[in-house]
Write a new protein. Structure first.
Length: 74
């Protein structure tokens, strides 16, 4: 994992009709537990399931034409 100036860990932000944007110190792993090197410090994770780069977002959600409700917080 690369060094980060964020000592508090990762911040994950959900974008309406878009990906989950992950910033900060994080480690990305596949279903077997193997580390995936994303090649950058900030990544976008696919939420629509249409990306050819799963688990990373490739912008395919823009072609989906389906709007999702915003997550609610309590």
């Amino acid at each position: 994992m690369s060094e980060s100036t964020n000592t508090e860990g990762a911040v994950i932000r959900a974008y309406q009709d878009g990906p989950l944007l992950v910033r900060g110190a994080f480690e990305l792993r596949d279903e077997t537990g193997a580390v995936i090197d994303p090649g950058r410090a900030t990544i976008a994770l696919c939420r629509c399931g249409r990306s050819a780069l799963k688990p990373l977002c490739d912008g395919s959600h823009a072609l989906a034409g389906k709007r999702r409700k915003r997550p609610t917080t309590k």
